[in-house]
Every structure is written in structure tokens, then in C-alpha cells.
Design a protein around this ligand. Sequence first.
Ligand code: ZN
Length: 150
Amino acid sequence: MELTELYRDVILDHNRLPRNFGPLEPADASADGVNPLCGDRLTVRLNLDADKIGEIRFEGQGCAISTASASLMTEAVKGKTRSEALELFERVHRLLTDDEGSAEDLGKLAALSGVREYPARVKCASLCWHTLAAALKAADAHGTPAVSTE
Ligand code: ZN
């Protein structure tokens, strides 16, 4: 399958039927993210099972890319340790911004490399990851920080 086709299919699918979408009560940690360039807003909530992300859900409103990216992210990080999740963030960020970024072993997240064709949308795709990182930090501080991609 062509990457552009994969990109379109995965983004459309996850935007139409976002996985892990909705509230999570009670949550161990949460964070709010805003991408003012596009108007995307989302909240990520998670529960930790020792050092692993046991449950993760998101809510919010945004463009197709921000919603699909958040949906893909929740699927990808569930069951991972905090450091594994942050490593994945690094890899996805490289995939979004660097032509040398490798999609190998990224599964469906590989579809996000299609965003490289649209530099203005990189922040739409990375918003959920920045918000996840903030939520993981909040898990230590027991707060709800607000992040902005600006
Ligand atoms: Zn957007």
C-alpha cells in the first residue's frame, strides 16, 4: 500500500472512530493541550499501574489529524512504561519532522509520516504527545498542567 493511501485511510478511520475517546474517572493524572495555530484542544487522562500506563483516554475537539493522532497514540502507549512512552514520543517526533525518521516497527503510527507533507499540521499531530508527556509529569506532581504547542 502506498504511504499516502495508508496515511489517508488510517487518519480517516481514527478520526471517524477515535479509540479510547471519552472521560476517565478517576484518573491518576491528566493534562490539557492546545494548539492555537489550528484550534485543536484535547485532554489526556491516564491511570498508572505501577510504572505502566494502565488506562488512557482522551477528549477534546480538533481537526482530523489531531484526533486521529491522539487515537493512535492511546493505542500505542497503553501498557507501556513511562519511559517507553516518552521514547515513542521522541521517535514519532522525528517521524513527523525529519526525513531520516524511521517508521520501522511503529505499526499504525507509521501513517503519521504522511504529515511531513504538510508542515503546518505537524503541531496537530504532536499535540497529543506533548499533552501525554505533561500528564506523565503531572502523575508525579498530582496537578493538571496546561500545555501549548506555541
Ligand atoms: Zn489541527
